[in-house]
Design a protein around this ligand. Structure first.
Ligand SMILES: *[C@@H]1O[C@H](CO)[C@@H](O)[C@H](O)[C@H]1NC(C)=O
Ligand SMILES: *[C@@H]1O[C@H](CO)[C@@H](O)[C@H](O)[C@H]1NC(C)=O
Ligand SMILES: *[C@@H]1O[C@H](CO)[C@@H](O)[C@H](O)[C@H]1NC(C)=O
Length: 331
């Protein structure tokens, strides 16, 4: 491995370890949820894309599948993997060309005996897995996604790989090395986070060289109409931002906001929305776009929050994804 990349993997694995899911407690005994109209239909399968440094066999991810089954009995959960070997799957969260990784995921889902025959699927994306799921929807969307929920994702990219302590010279050195090489084809085709690096102060280089984000965000002159049409098919797109997120810089990227120095431009004020490059404005107009916050650091998830998310956004096709419904159920 080239020295630059081995330095980077060290840097990233130490800084972004928080992206991985820590196991949540399994229900000690299975309690079927009370009967509602929903129970008469099979819930849509749920696909989950994990974050940087995680692997598809992580127990925490499996237990989210258990929660989904507890809330919507019969839910099939599929955890997206780039490699069947867990360790290689983890490595692929750091290294690889996202174009090829997405192609593989598209092919896997389209060939899956159950997923490919479902009328639609639901999707849950953790950290970078959130923008990758969006890439899946825009480029492939077979099977099509009904509800997409993302947690602490980098929809508008990252502008820092991490902040370094004042005396951490190794960290600072590695960061400057990375910054000077971000836009090279070498790094863009190999380092996963570089493919969603987006610094508003280096917008030209980004537009020219970004191997992933500039494309799926339709930021280049030529807009891909399919991306917009596919994303517009979502019935719901919920973006969670962690209030005290210090891992993702800037954290507002979780809501598609742009942060340039101290200026924060919210999604609804940006061209990507106003000119509806990828269908976000259309989704918003039909009430399908939601901006949510949750307290705590990056990927600090509780069972309570996950249960609420599963209950509100997933389940059988044709169920009403309405707020009153949750409110009523909570009474
Ligand atoms: C737009 O995206 C679709 C889906 O990935 C692809 O098939 C098509 O070639 C793209 N069109 C352009 C003009 O790049
Ligand atoms: C990533 O892979 C695609 C497909 O092979 C290729 O067209 C593209 O040039 C690669 N990206 C980079 C930055 O090398
Ligand atoms: C970000 O701010 C810098 C410095 O003020 C400016 O040169 C640049 O054009 C801004 N970028 C965007 C995307 O607005």
């Amino acid at each position: 491995m080239a020295p630059l990349l081995s330095t980077l993997i060290l840097l990233l694995s130490s800084s972004l370890a928080l992206s991985s899911i820590t196991p949540i407690s399994r229900p000690s005994h299975y309690k079927p949820s009370p009967k509602t109209d929903d129970d008469y239909d099979t819930p849509l399968p749920l696909i989950i894309w994990h974050g940087l440094g995680d692997n598809y066999q992580n127990e925490g991810l499996t237990s989210i599948g258990d929660l989904a089954t507890e809330i919507h009995p019969g839910t099939l959960t599929y955890i997206i993997r780039i490699d069947d070997d867990a360790s290689a799957d983890r490595t692929a969260t750091f290294f690889g060309n996202l174009t090829l990784q997405l192609d593989k995921v598209c092919a896997d889902l389209a060939a899956h005996p159950i997923l490919s025959t479902a009328p639609a699927v639901d999707a849950l994306g953790f950290s970078q897995g959130g923008q990758f799921l969006r890439g899946y929807i825009e480029r492939c969307n077979f099977p099509p996604v009904r509800s997409l929920v993302t947690f602490g994702s980098q929809h508008n990219g990252i502008s820092e790989f991490q902040s370094c302590a004042a005396t951490d010279w190794l960290c600072k050195g590695a960061r400057s090395l990375l910054r000077s090489n971000t836009w090279s084809a070498f790094v863009q085709s190999r380092l996963v986070p570089a493919q969603y690096f987006r610094d508003p102060e280096q917008l030209d280089s980004y537009l020219e060289s970004s191997n992933f984000l500039a494309d799926i965000n339709n930021e280049r002159e030529l807009k891909n109409q399919t991306y917009k049409e596919n994303l517009e098919r979502l019935e719901r797109f919920v973006m969670y931002l962690f209030e005290e997120d210090e891992t993702v810089v800037p954290k507002e990227t979780g809501w598609f906001a742009e942060v340039n120095g101290t200026d924060v431009t919210l999604l609804r004020e940006r061209s990507i929305y106003r000119e509806d490059w990828i269908g976000l404005k259309t989704l918003d107009a039909k009430g399908a776009l939601e901006f949510k916050t949750t307290e705590g650091q990056h990927m600090k998830l509780t069972d309570k929050l996950l249960k609420a998310v599963i209950k509100e956004n997933y389940g059988p096709l044709g169920r009403k994804l309405e707020k009153e419904m949750t409110e009523r159920e909570e009474l």
